[in-house]
Design a protein around this ligand. Sequence first.
Ligand code: ADP
Ligand code: PAZ
Length: 305
Amino acid sequence: MANICLQATGGGAYKFADLFKEKLSVSLDKEDEMECLVTGANFLLKAVHQEAFTYLDGQKEFAQIDPNDLYPYLLVNIGSGVSMIKVDGDGKFERVSGTSLGGGTFWGLGRLLTKCKNFDELLELSHQGNNRVIDMLVGDIYGGTDYAKIGLSATTIASSFGKAISDNKELVDYKPEDISRSLLRMISNNIGQISYLNALRFGLKRIFFAGFFIRGHAYTMDTISVAVNFWSKGEAEAMFLRHEGFLGALGAFMSYEKQCPDGLTVNKVPQRFPISVSSAGNKIYCSMNGKSNGNESIECTVYGT
Ligand SMILES: Nc1ncnc2c1ncn2[C@@H]1O[C@H](COP(=O)(O)OP(=O)(O)O)[C@@H](O)[C@H]1O
Ligand SMILES: CC(C)(COP(=O)(O)O)[C@@H](O)C(=O)NCCC(=O)O
């Protein structure tokens, strides 16, 4: 069997390399995860029409991104954990921060606390939940009133899951949907806050949130947006990417160009839309056809030799 080599990234490219080789005779060419995330994000933000959008109060608004005025920005990738990367250009970046409280925390704690069998079920539950049942609000502490002097309204979460200490209840007394909702808010709020602080630290105006954790979920995006808005006192805005979960894969895919400059003719994107990233005989395609209505997916096809 011919030896196929695939560009791969992330921990899995290391963890499963032997398995791919043994079972499929496929070699994994390991591409750096941060580099791939940045390459993927830069490509999408420059080439895809209506890639970035804001999301607040259920309103999705596409952002006009000028490819010539993209940098610097903060890229926040929420996978199992969270990486925060300051991006200054193509291939120019620094991972400035991160947090271990990420998508894995939401899914892991959620699984333990609710017995949900999969991520989608847990996410779905959060739709119906009410976090006030479990979260301790400022009003719970201040007898129903705001703490206006320091800018905290009665409905602000004072302590995530804090009500569980005073309720004399057991886990079984809480509804899984309320637990899921509190958990989602806790994780999303925390990520939003740390991201904003890092943007502030480096004077970055734009924060793009991506990663498979987001999954276009309204409440997740809303919570992150509110957190960024709250902590920045309205100065900063969270932005999301339509192809949020595929930055790394896209970056790894695009590294074919770097790996095989002679054997592959990769066309530069001639215009922002429609996309025709690559064409290499019968080896690689990355295309998005037709007029954009904001809902297309990008198709990437890789053929081994
Ligand atoms: N169908 C799903 N199954 C499991 N996790 C999912 C799913 N959809 C979204 N997620 C979220 O994505 C996270 C993993 O993101 P991913 O980018 O794949 O991380 P990693 O790079 O660590 O593999 C999970 O921790 C979970 O929060
Ligand atoms: C180690 C990782 C880069 C791996 O990426 P992931 O698979 O989570 O997408 C990421 O989980 C991470 O940045 N964790 C946070 C570590 C920290 O800064 O505390």
